[in-house]
Write a protein that binds this ligand. Structure first.
Ligand code: ZN
Ligand code: FE
Length: 249
């Protein structure tokens, strides 16, 4: 069974160390802060053997060289990671399978935030690492892809089991909730969740991970077709995305 260690780093990122106790294999999901990741691994007594990147942005792959230099870790990620300096040792994309010791994950292409953005899905553990594709009550900005592409990507994530646990890379939830309430004000589940989020943050606790079921009920991007009926699903998504980009909350 996969062991997961989550910790905050940089201003609003989460670091994740994942560990296969049977073999000792340990991967860092992305490399937002090399020093903090190394410190956290030492504290757990885990030796980093792998770096798994979701996309090329500096707060996700910027620590690759430092961690690889110190540990000799193998870098697995989308080809676009080469934009940050060095190409991954193993390039992966949709449909590929990757192993952490005896534990297997499959790769989804969830492009849109960046074109090559991937997610890692551990079916046996019902867990997915989604990077900046889907956030708690939000989704990644469309820096490179089109709304159609992002909508298709989000459908791959919503096809996972409703009780899947999703780990996203940023603690953006409280500000996402302000926007969500502005476009979906009658949603009781959302109001309840927003209050829970405020309570968690006031106590200094993370709102990540989240369940897919909760996102389906409350995330305005996934709910776009219900919020804006009468247009194509991806067009409704594009509309909500644009509203969020312009939201001053
Ligand atoms: Zn990003
Ligand atoms: Fe990011």
């Amino acid at each position: 069974m996969l062991q997961i260690h989550q910790f905050p780093c940089l201003s609003d990122n989460y670091g994740f160390l994942i560990h296969d106790p049977a073999t000792g294999a340990t991967a860092t999901i992305d490399t937002p802060d090399a020093e903090e990741i190394m410190r956290q691994a030492d504290a757990k007594g885990w030796r980093i053997t792998d770096i798994w990147n979701t996309h090329w942005h500096p707060d996700h792959a910027g620590g690759n060289a430092a961690i690889k230099g110190k540990t000799g870790a193998i870098v697995t990620g989308p080809a676009e990671v080469e934009r940050i300096g060095t190409a991954p040792d193993r390039v992966v994309d949709e449909g590929d399978r990757v192993r952490l010791g005896e534990i297997e994950a499959r790769v989804l292409n969830v492009g849109g935030h960046t074109l090559g953005h991937i997610a890692f899905v551990f079916d046996a553990d019902n867990v997915a690492f989604v990077g900046d594709a889907l956030f708690a009550l939000g989704c990644g900005r469309l820096f490179e892809g089109t709304p159609q592409q992002m909508w298709t990507s989000l459908q791959k994530l919503t096809a996972l089991p409703d009780d899947a646990t999703l780990y996203c890379a940023h603690e953006y939830t409280q500000s996402n909730a302000r926007f969500a309430l502005s476009v979906d004000p009658e949603n009781i589940a959302l109001k309840t969740r927003a209050a829970d989020i405020d309570r968690l943050r006031a106590a200094g606790k993370p709102t990540v991970p989240m369940t897919l079921r909760m996102e389906k009920e409350t995330n305005p991007f996934l709910r776009a077709p219900a919020l804006l009926p009468g247009m194509a699903d991806w067009e409704a998504f594009a509309d909500i995305r644009k509203q969020k980009d312009n939201f001053k909350g």
